[in-house]
Design a protein around this ligand. Structure first.
Ligand SMILES: [Zn+2]
Length: 161
């Protein structure tokens, strides 16, 4: 991924998508907004307890940074419901025993395996490789802030020819 700074705002891009002129995409970060802790700074989520005026200002800031009118954004809420994916035969390679009797699920590899299984060519799959917990200065991490945190956004659109 590539980080781009526009003023105080930091936005990230997948190299794979940057090759296409008709695809506009972004991954926002927490850097460059007006929200205060624990939502500092570029929180885009209205539902987390942040001051709505700050959230609106952050969304306007992101929209102007990207050059897209705010009313063109359609948002969807990501659900973290503990509904863990069923570990199929294909995904068994993604589960490894790091410590004796401790099992971890490698979500990145699991997602990649599922995409490959659906027929997406390997060269079209780009792993962000950025852990929000380890990079909690750049991204909001519910795990790092024990649940009380902001939300960043991921967006994609096809431009008219
Ligand atoms: Zn990490």
């Amino acid at each position: 991924m590539l980080e781009k700074r526009v003023g105080a705002v930091s936005i990230w891009f997948f190299k794979t998508f940057l090759k296409y002129d008709n695809v506009l995409h972004f991954v926002s970060s927490r850097v460059g907004g007006v929200s205060k802790a624990p939502y500092a700074f570029l929180n885009l989520g209205f539902h987390v307890g942040d001051d709505p005026q700050n959230v609106l200002q952050n969304r306007k800031l992101l929209a102007s940074t990207l050059g897209i009118p705010l009313d063109c954004f359609t948002t969807a809420k990501q659900i973290h419901d503990g509904n863990v994916k069923i570990i199929t035969e294909q995904l068994k390679g993604c589960v490894y025993n790091a410590l004796e009797n401790s099992w971890y699920f490698n979500l990145w590899e699991a997602n990649k395996a599922q995409l490959l299984q659906m027929g997406i060519p390997a060269q079209n799959i780009e792993m962000a490789g950025l852990c929000t917990y380890c990079n909690s200065d750049k991204f909001f991490s519910a795990r790092h802030q024990r649940g009380k945190t902001g939300r960043f956004g991921v967006g994609i659109m096809l431009k008219d020819e």
